[in-house]
Ligand binder design. Structure first.
Ligand SMILES: Cc1cc2nc3c(=O)[nH]c(=O)nc-3n(C[C@H](O)[C@H](O)[C@H](O)COP(=O)(O)OP(=O)(O)OC[C@H]3O[C@@H](n4cnc5c(N)ncnc54)[C@H](O)[C@@H]3O)c2cc1C
Length: 291
């Protein structure tokens, strides 16, 4: 279908974009890679009268180190994240998740900020940013605020973004020694979206015991979540296959799994356990190699 007609703006700076957002209010939508918004407009599930394209704001497209932190601009594409040498070296989890998104065309156009703001329950990044304990920077003409990933995803397709706000960047700590991560996913064969996706980070202490784990799960529930019962079951333990398998049994504890034409709730719950177990085992192996 053809979308409804709209006015198009292409600001060159964040300040210009914020002014446009404030001026046009609820009538306006931000445009990033367009890979979620444009299909919705064509189906007339979204019909904004104004599109504000963030594509020319070069400040929003960067991956950099700030001390021990990694900072990524919202307009950075999936392909740039996937191929970033800095990320592969210092904090590979997000790059591993980016490599799993859609196909080459989607990865070349789609952006980190667009994917997070869209908050699709089957999107890959939410699991990774939860496991990374990332912080998201939201800017409006009223000021700047920082929101933890845990508080950003509110519900299906719903985030903590308020009217007039633009997500400008995310930041998280680079991996320290004895830290390993992994993102594993069961793909929906046609779209590539996650039926289940599990992002894990495992940190070992100097004796090789589990100091901390973080487990982010996408695809299973209306919004991505941290599997806190799994994390608690592993803390302080000398990890092995049996302990990981026992803990992974709690991967969907406390959530009501989705059921749709792609997978039943029971299947999603079972796959959450399987992929949590596999992702933890891989992250543990990588943590042991990273002294
Ligand atoms: C065929 C296909 C396969 C795909 N497969 C996958 C997959 O396997 N895994 C996966 O995770 N995703 C997948 N996607 C989605 C893809 O990752 C999109 O790129 C992503 O969801 C949206 O990013 P975008 O940059 O295209 O945002 P857009 O579509 O431009 O915007 C999405 C929404 O976010 C808002 N927005 C955009 N940027 C900002 C910002 N900086 N601040 C505030 N709001 C903003 C927009 O107003 C809009 O509401 C797929 C898409 C397609 C078309």
């Amino acid at each position: 279908m053809i979308p409804r007609g709209f006015d198009y703006f292409s600001p060159q700076t964040l300040e210009e974009a914020l002014a446009l957002v404030a001026e046009h209010g609820a009538e306006a939508k931000l445009l990033a890679g367009g890979h979620s918004l444009l299909p919705m407009m064509k189906l007339r599930l979204a019909a904004p009268g104004v599109l504000i394209d963030l594509g020319r704001i070069s400040d929003l497209r960067a991956i950099r180190e700030e001390g021990e932190q990694i900072v990524i601009g919202a307009m950075t594409t999936h392909a740039e994240i996937e191929k970033s040498g800095l990320l592969r070296r210092r904090a590979p989890l997000l790059a591993e998740a980016a490599a799993e998104i859609g196909d080459v065309q989607v990865r070349n156009r789609g952006t980190l900020g667009g994917a997070l703001a869209h908050a699709d329950p089957a999107a890959d990044y939410p699991a990774a940013v939860l496991a990374l304990d990332a912080e998201l920077t939201l800017v409006s003409q009223r000021g700047t605020r920082t929101v933890a990933a845990q508080d950003f995803f509110v519900d299906l397709l719903t985030t903590a973004l308020e009217p007039g706000e633009i997500l400008t960047e995310i930041r998280f700590a680079a991996d320290g020694p004895r830290t390993g991560s992994a993102y594993l996913k069961l793909h929906q064969p046609a779209s590539g979206f996650a039926i289940v996706g599990v992002a894990t980070r495992v940190q070992l202490d100097s004796k090789g015991k589990c100091e901390a784990t973080a487990v982010g799960v996408t695809g299973v529930a209306p919004k991505a979540y941290r599997a806190t019962q799994v994390e608690r079951a592993l803390k302080g333990k000398a990890l092995n296959e049996r302990i990981i398998a026992q803990a992974a049994g709690k991967a969907a504890a406390g959530v009501e799994p989705l059921s749709d034409l792609h997978a039943s709730a029971r299947y999603r719950k079972a796959m959450a356990e399987v992929f949590t177990r596999r992702a933890l085992a891989l992250a543990l192996e990588r943590a042991r190699r990273r002294q």
